[in-house]
Ligand binder design. Structure first.
Ligand code: ATP
Ligand code: MG
Length: 354
């Protein structure tokens, strides 16, 4: 089965072609165009501008995904698209394009919740996500491996993206219990806002991480709600960073130490709550997803703590943590198409909670 995925929820335009064979999902082609460098000039995403960039990029990106692989449309089994959540102007570009292609090419259309899509980056074969075109030798080696390295149910999901921080208990494909989420800022948003306070460019997560390498966690920032249920709250941390920064001399050393303290506080909250949830729900597997899952310290700490519990941690490679269409196509292999593609509506408020 071969699916074309389309992703346009925010400032990334993605198109990817994925194949599922013997239960293994591989990337045949994966193209992402980002308007983040343009958004960076304004310190964050401007919805109107992001939508305009989506319109500019959508056809060239889909075209590139198809021609990279010298792909015949007749081989395509379905089209998958992020239905939401996201910025409505950006979402409409992907959803309306997917509906049009579904009609013209006469292919089924599979709407995917973007947040569920993030988790499915963990179902994509590692080798294929790094290099789309594999040698035939490598392909045959891959096909001899079992699929037991893929996430197994039940598993605990931690989504840490720019707009969401959610803990979810998955019992099967399409079956999950929402445990909790952020009451205010998401982890990625906290990284971005703290970076802005320090005068660092958008997106702030990788920038804070880079500075943190040269700093020490000396500021002992608060770890909000660390011992409190499954919800998260990061806005107090951002306020603490703002007042600490205001009271300090703005030297590089201060910035590096503050960056290390911000990263340590966010990582501590995420790791401690995730591990506690894994214990409480007695899962043997954890899947982490979203842009912040590209954070090395988070992954390293989660790995150490899960190994202590004999729990297996799955984390996507960095290029599949942030928005991409490969994860959308991957999720679609486990879903059904919509009966009438023309009835599909973009939904900016889709969530995992309802
Ligand atoms: N290495 C990193 N360390 C920490 N944060 C990171 C890193 N790399 C990316 N991020 C953060 O990830 C976020 C972007 O992730 P993602 O693309 O998943 O979010 P989004 O799609 O905008 O949000 P959502 O999926 O909730 O709609 C940004 O906030 C960015 O700062
Ligand atoms: Mg996203």
């Amino acid at each position: 089965m071969i699916i074309l995925g389309i992703e346009t929820t925010c400032d990334e335009t993605g198109a990817a072609i994925l194949q599922m064979k013997n239960g293994r999902i591989t990337i045949l082609s994966n193209v992402v165009a980002s308007s983040a460098p343009l958004q960076a000039k304004y310190g964050g995403v401007i919805p109107e501008q992001a939508a305009r960039e989506q319109i500019r990029s959508i056809i060239p990106v889909i075209d590139a995904a198809i021609s990279n692989f010298k792909f015949q449309i007749s081989n395509l089994n379905a089209i998958a698209v992020s239905q939401g959540p996201g910025l409505i102007g950006s979402l409409l570009v992907g959803v309306e394009t997917a509906k049009t292609l579904s009609l013209i090419w006469k292919k089924p259309l599979i709407p995917v919740n973007h947040l569920i899509g993030h988790f499915y980056a963990n179902w994509i074969e590692r080798e294929s996500s790094v290099k789309s075109q594999e040698s035939s030798e490598k392909k045959s080696r891959l096909s001899t491996l079992a699929t037991s390295h893929l996430p197994q149910f039940p598993c605990l999901g931690l989504l840490v993206s720019g707009g969401h921080t959610d803990l979810v208990l998955f019992t099967n494909h399409g079956k999950y219990k929402y445990l909790g989420g952020t009451r205010d800022d998401a982890a990625g948003e906290c990284f971005d806002k703290c970076a802005r306070l320090l005068g660092l460019p958008y997106p702030g997560g990788p920038e804070i991480s880079k500075l943190a390498e040269k700093g020490k966690d000396i500021y002992k920032l608060p770890r909000p709600m660390i011992n409190d249920g499954w919800d998260f709250s990061f806005s107090g941390l951002k306020t603490a960073v703002a007042s600490t920064f205001k009271e300090s001399k703005p030297t590089l050393k201060v910035e590096c130490n503050l960056a290390a303290s911000i990263e340590a506080a966010i990582v501590d909250v995420l790791v401690i709550k995730t591990i506690r949830a894994a214990q409480k729900y007695k899962v043997e597997q954890i899947i982490v997803a979203g842009g912040v899952a590209a954070n090395e310290k988070l992954v390293r700490k989660l790995k150490v703590q899960s190994e202590k519990l004999k729990v297996k941690l799955h984390n996507p490679p960095p290029n599949l943590c942030t928005d991409n269409a490969a994860m959308i196509a991957a999720a679609a292999f486990f879903q059904k198409p919509i009966a009438d593609p023309l009835k599909l509506q973009a939904d900016p408020n889709l969530s995992l909670a309802s």
